[in-house]
Structure formats: structure tokens, C-alpha cells
Design a protein around this ligand. Sequence first.
Ligand code: FMN
Length: 319
Amino acid sequence: METPSSLPPAPCSQPPKPNMAASIGSLKMRNPVTVASGTFGYGPEYADLVDLNRLGAITVKGICPDENIGNPTPRTFETRGGMLNAIGLPGPGAKGFIEKYVPFLKQYDVPVIVNIWGKGMEDYGKVVEMLDGEETVSAYEINLSCPNVKEGGSAFGTDTDSFSRVIELVRGKTQKPIIPKLAPNVPDIGKFAKAAEDCGADAISIMNSYPAMAINIDTLEPELANRTGGLSGPAIKPIAIKLVWDAAKATTLPIIGMGGIYEPEDAIEFMVAGATAVAVGTANFTDPSTAQRVIAGIENYLVEKGHSSIADIVGTIKA
Ligand SMILES: Cc1cc2nc3c(=O)[nH]c(=O)nc-3n(C[C@H](O)[C@H](O)[C@H](O)COP(=O)(O)O)c2cc1C
């Protein structure tokens, strides 16, 4: 009689599942897909619609040391192929985040990337000091590129000196992975990618929304109360792809790519350009299941192309 181990394999056995795990410094993601800061709240807002444990990471809305109310309304405007926003980074502050959201996020087995920002340089250090003792905080994404706040934001992200000083300041406050988020409106993104690496960052994320505006031709007023805002969604994807490609040539740091990801093919394009991981942003507003669909689609693509690991496609662009 045959022993079970000598039996031939079942005739219709499934191909082995590819390895979807991605590493951002010491941050281990079960798959390379997170959500973009500001498009997914702090987690609870989407928990009834999305299985949070299936995401590679949750990236929460920007946190600064103190509570912030944001900009006056209207603060969003739909454009062809995207949206404009000038939300102005409202949020509960570090203390509010710890009290209100950490107990919720703690229940999940998923890394939490906290997006941080400051009105002045010292705020970036302060917010990390306030958050760093929380085990639930897995990494920091440093927003150096928000087009919608007067102080801070893109003022730091478009000048290499201030950019480097903020990263060094944050690096001195934490052992956790730090991920500066780069501004798209710079002449040479490679310089910022390299500066991030030189200042001890673990990864970079690209891109924030692009400074933009829309005008109502009847009232002759801007559509946003803030007058200008940031453009996001499918319209910016080709810009983001080029920025990721340019940055990947200038640094060996892992890149989290984002900008207009709606379908698995969009995410794969970012990875071929050089992104180790990706974030789904504006698409969450129209279809909260986008990230889950993107994860499944990437896995199918790897199987179809005969790859055993997600790493096999990163930076494989022939150019
Ligand atoms: C409504 C809204 C709020 C955002 N808030 C933040 C934020 O708090 N911090 C940040 O770094 N980026 C923020 N972003 C930028 C996104 O994280 C992302 O970088 C950008 O939207 C591009 O990706 P997408 O085209 O997939 O949306 C926000 C974007 C939108 C649309």
C-alpha cells in the first residue's frame, strides 16, 4: 500500500502563492499596499467597509502637536480626472490621537504609519516626542509637502536645507522608520531623495497633491475658500510615475508611490517605475474597497507572469 508521501501531487494543484511581503526599513508589511494619508481618516471611518487587517499598513491623516481646525469651506472641488482639496490638515493633535484612535488601532494586526506635520520646524520634533512611546505607532511619514497650509508643509519640502533639517530633527527623536513625503513641485526630485537618504530616512513617499486651482467663471471667484489647493486622483498619475522613476535613480531608499491609483495596473506601474510599496488615496472616496482590489490584482499579476515575489517587479522598467 502507498504511503501518503509517495502519492503523486493532486492533478489540479494551485500555483504557489507569490510572496507579497514588502519592507520599508524595519517596517514589515504583509503586502505592499497602504492607504494615502488624509483619504482614510484614522481607521475607524473605514472599518465597516474594509478589512483593515488585510492592508499592508494604515497611514493615518496628518497629526501635529496640537488640535487643528483646518481651512474654511468649501475645501474640496471635483475636477476632470481628479479633485482639488484645501482641507488644511484638521486633526485632534497628538494627545487627541492617542486618546481617541490608538485604542481602536491597537485591536488590529496591521502596522500604523502616522503622518506628521508642523507649523514650524520644532513641531515635527515635538509631535514625535509625544507619539513615540506608543507601540501602535509603527512609523512616521513626514509631511513636508502639503500645499494647503500657510506655514510648514511645502515650505520645508521645496528647500533642500529646511527639508534636511526637519529629517535630521525627527531622526534624532526616534528609532522607528521615518518616511519623508516629497513635494512634487521641485525642479529635481532626485536631490530631495538623496538628501532624505543622507539625513537617515528609512524610505521616502512620493507624491503629495500638486498645487492647483479652479475658478468659477460666473462669480469669478476661486472654487476653494483657500483659493488654491492640491490636485489628486487619476490626473496626476503620470506625474507621480515620472517622479518615482527619477527618485529611484537617485536613491537606494525604498519608495512608497502614490498618485491616482485606482486599479491594480496603476499600482504595478508604480512598482515597475521603482516603488517598493504603494498607497491608494483619492480612490478611497469613491470605492473604499480599492486597496483590497489592488492587493488581489497585484497577486494575480505576479502569478500570471510567473513571479514568486513582489520584489521581482520593483524597478524593472526598461528605460
Ligand atoms: C482630502 C485629502 C486629504 C489629504 N490629507 C493629507 C495629509 O493629511 N497628509 C499628507 O501627507 N497628505 C495628504 N493628502 C495627500 C494624499 O495622501 C496623496 O499624497 C495624494 O492625494 C496623491 O494620491 P491620490 O492621487 O491617490 O489621492 C491628502 C489628499 C486628499 C485628497
